[in-house]
Design a protein around this ligand. Sequence first.
Ligand SMILES: [Fe+2]
Length: 211
Amino acid sequence: MAYTLPKLNYNYEDLEPYIDAKTMEIHYTKHHQAYIDNLNKAIALHPEFENYSVETLLASINSIPEDIRTIVRNHGGGHANHSFFWEILCPAQSPKTNNHLPKENLNAAIIKTFNSFEEFKNKFSDVAKSHFGSGWAWLVLDTNNNLKIYSTLNQDSPYLTGDIPILGLDLWEHAYYLKYQNRRAEYIEAFWNIINWEKVEENFLKSQPKN
Ligand SMILES: [Fe+2]
């Protein structure tokens, strides 16, 4: 089964004015599609992996054959990260933004870890703003079940190190350059208006260890 572009839950223009329609269209139909095409080409060389979810491919990166390992890391990462990103976004006026605040379970965990939502938001934004070059900013549940904020280079996914992404922000210039040019900080500030906190809560609940 080849990997395919997931359906978007909104139209390209629905994230305006925070993310413009043209950026959404190119980002989704060109950039994301290219990651998928390259991943499919690599997996075609090793069809024994074709039924693996992209997350499983990344979580088991060291057992991926060497001749395709870097492609899986970069393009599989690109596919996983973008599929994740589209889902944690929603139109600013949607009820899913939950008044631009985390929902109850994640909110409690954020307060426990970072003292307040404001401190969390500042820390996440600072990590995103100070990231050098292309990459992603993340809130993850790490392997010790702690919430952690960090950034990754290129298309490196938290799954590579066993962490589970809860919230993520694309820091590649292709994500914002048409509208914001060099003003990455404005794009990062805009992001807080279009977060689907309902989905982020779901990510947090799913990340919890089962026992
Ligand atoms: Fe991107």
